[in-house]
Design a protein around this ligand. Structure first.
Ligand SMILES: Nc1nc2c(c(=O)[nH]1)N[C@H]1C(S)=C(S)[C@@H](COP(=O)(O)OP(=O)(O)OC[C@H]3O[C@@H](n4cnc5c(N)ncnc54)[C@H](O)[C@@H]3O)O[C@H]1N2
Ligand code: MOO
Length: 453
């Protein structure tokens, strides 16, 4: 991006400001306040971007408290969040284990070889090894009691008399993984709140689990509004392809939500009311219809449904008409603006913190990377701009207009440009996309110690 870049849709917020908002008796903004027919127009107070994210996270956290943990078969736990610590159900390893193919030996060599014997992984009793004896052993097999070390095949030689000789010094306990080396029964392997990753599934299986106790996935339904949307073929006669239907379900699933479905509602207020009030989802996501056009029904439908607006407009570009409402039954609705990048902005600003908190996932700590070149800012609002990693920093992408997906489709993350813009070298907060993480910091884990066997 260059300094010549024009900020998209500047001045639109002034129009929105003139629309005003009224308040309910409770002090919360009424869902259709300031729109046609509203009695008391008042200056629109969009929520600052950081505060909007905090409101969404708080709403999710409050709703999460009423949700009971669920037990799921191990194979279904991926992407969910542990509701309780993962404690070892067994010692690991659960028996003294050979770390190498070779010989279990007892005492100093050379050793007498038991010509009949061999201890294999998964086989029953390993028997007893007398001092001066050696028996063949496979990696993963139980070490016989009395054994003092394992000698690797390649570090040994047998002679014609049936004796085993070590080709290098044998250290007591070498190549034996002692029972409980990794953990003892009852040890806490992971804390509640950890995401269930493929590695966690592996650890849980090793530690004896058939089921996991996890936070229930937030159930989400996507309602795509707009009569102008086509689901296939080329745009024609003012009709355009629905870019949000194909994008949002997979995006929300990548955030850990259970997507009940994506429905196309058109610009039909009654159908929208029925879909919102009848949805089985914890979070309803609508696209389009958030502004004040003749067929923008989201506010009036929320009002009719008795919803409470928690966020009604955010000081962010693109996407400032985004909204968050609480529906009956501790359910929520996130209204994403129709412009596709504005919808992404709403997804990252409101839906992600809400869903993360509902799922019980800890919010990732914010991280910053320096931007290479100057980035123009909005005078009062935060900007979210698709960005890519370059060297040790980031570079913002050119195609970042509210109606464009070309930038975000090529991006590694979204850079947060504070009001007023950013200078070259200024560290910018980065919002990760759920399928790629730009941060160099991982979740960490003990870096000390070495375990070669
Ligand atoms: N008088 C004002 N007009 C507008 C304002 C405003 O403040 N005052 N804000 C503008 C901004 S900013 C945005 S963003 C949009 C938000 O509008 P809506 O949420 O009501 O969205 P629509 O009007 O339904 O659609 C806007 C735009 O996006 C296209 N669209 C909608 N859905 C999809 C989809 N699924 N896939 C692809 N494209 C979609 C739609 O055709 C429109 O072009 O309002 C501005 N107006
Ligand atoms: O410009 Mo609008 O901010 O949401 O696309």
């Amino acid at each position: 991006m260059t300094m010549k870049e024009r900020l998209p849709d500047d001045g639109v917020d002034d129009a929105l400001a003139l629309l005003g908002r009224a308040r309910t008796d409770s002090g919360a903004p009424r869902a259709d306040a300031g729109r046609a027919g509203s009695a008391v127009p008042e200056a629109h107070r969009a929520t600052p971007w950081p505060e909007a994210r905090a409101v969404a996270a708080r709403a999710g956290k409050d709703a999460a408290e009423a949700r009971e943990p669920v037990r799921v078969p191990l194979g279904q736990g991926l992407g969910q969040v542990l509701a309780e610590p993962l404690r070892a159900l067994t010692d690991l390893p659960s028996f003294d284990t050979s770390a190498m193919d070779g010989w279990a030996v007892a005492g100093p060599g050379p050793w007498r070889i038991d010509p009949e014997g061999a201890v294999l992984a998964g086989h029953g009793s390993a028997g007893e090894l007398a001092d001066g004896d050696a028996v063949r052993i496979a990696t993963g097999a139980r070490v016989p009691s009395g054994a003092t070390a394992v000698v690797r095949s390649e570090h040994s030689r047998t002679d014609a008399a049936g004796h085993l000789h070590a080709l290098r010094a044998v250290v007591h306990g070498q190549d034996i993984r002692p029972r409980g080396q990794e953990c003892r029964t009852g040890d806490r392997l992971l804390t509640a709140g950890n995401a269930v990753t493929p590695a966690v599934l592996g650890l849980a299986a090793a530690a004896g689990y058939d089921e996991l106790t996890v936070r229930p996935r937030p159930r989400v339904e996507v309602l795509v509004l707009g009569d102008e949307l086509l689901t296939e073929g080329l745009p024609h006669e003012g009709l355009i392809r629905d870019a949000l239907g194909p994008m949002l379900g997979p995006w929300l699933a990548a955030l850990g939500a259970e997507v009940l479905g994506t429905r196309r509602i058109g610009d039909d207020a009654e159908a929208l009311f029925a879909a919102v009030t009848g949805s089985a989802a914890d979070v309803v996501i609508t696209t389009g219809g958030t502004a004040a056009g003749p067929v923008d029904h989201v506010h009036s439908v929320l009002d009719k449904a008795g919803a409470t607006l928690l966020v009604d407009g955010v000081k962010v570009r693109p996407g400032h008409p985004m909204l968050l409402a609480r529906l009956e039954g501790a359910r929520h609705l996130v209204g994403l603006p129709g412009n596709p990048l504005a919808a992404v902005s709403g997804l990252l600003t409101l839906a992600e913190p809400l869903l993360r908190a509902l799922a019980g996932s800890p919010a990732p700590g914010p991280y910053r990377l320096p931007v290479g070149a100057e980035v123009p800012g909005h005078p009062y609002d935060t900007r979210l701009v698709p960005a890519v990693h370059r060297g040790d920093g980031v570079e913002v992408l050119h195609y970042n207009g509210p109606a464009m997906l070309r930038g975000i489709a090529a991006a590694h993350g979204m850079a947060v440009i504070p009001p007023g813009g950013a200078r070259p070298g200024q560290p910018l907060e980065i919002l990760d996309l759920p399928w790629q993480v730009m941060s160099a910091e991982g979740p960490g884990g003990g870096a000390q110690g070495v375990c070669f066997t």
